[in-house]
Design a protein around this ligand. Sequence first.
Ligand SMILES: [Zn+2]
Length: 276
Amino acid sequence: MRKIIFVAMVLAFGAALAAVYSGSAVAQKKGAGANGNWIEGVSDGRNPVVDMTYAVSDKFPAWPGDERVFEAKANATVAKDGYFTRSFSMLEHYGTHLDAPAHFPPGKEYLDQIPVEHLFAPAVVIDVREEAGKDPDYRLRVMRVEKWEALHGRIPAGAVVLLRTGWSARWPDQARYRNMDAAGVMHFPGFSVEAARLLVERGAVGLGIDTLSIDYGSSKDFEVHRVTLPAGLYQLENLANLDQLPQAGAFLISAPIKLEGGSGGPVRVFAILPTK
Ligand SMILES: [Zn+2]
């Protein structure tokens, strides 16, 4: 009996090794191509990494009405204890963060339940800086998605689609980032519900933006949230350094805090750029 188990284990180990070996062969082939973005290139400098995350502090533009956005206090200090620790608390939706599908029911997955494969994704970058510069209420048109596809090919299933609005130039100036009018209505660009529906159809696993919300600032009903989160997509908000990504060819790794039952939470987002 033991012998049989041992033989089975050896066979399984051999199969796993073979899988790893052939996997890396495929990766090497891909890495040699025009869109090479395989992860080994990060450590030897062929593939630069862009950190798309703001370092967490209490200084960020927050959603109107949000209070006590971030607090940290020292529990142990080097002077008193010989070492340093802090405790902190913060909102789930503050700074560079990820919205989990459960943020808007009937979206189901909580932050800790998002399939890990979805957190590794080709980055599609749609640049609307010109449009958003002229109209702060701009919403991404379907036509602009189709224009991207005409240049770079169909949006691949499993992609994260990032909207580059140029709004990060206003960070961390809260008044300019929120861009609130006299009536208290915010004005910043976002996705349109029609474009969001098309991106769901294309099989995107997430959307991202360099503003406070995937929905444009004046939105009252968060239509894009209501279309994409129930479809199982996640959303990245307040992204940094989106201007450093090419429109196609970067690869995104999004690592949110694994908060049980979270509606969202702080996320570290890395973009691996194509091979130099
Ligand atoms: Zn959010």
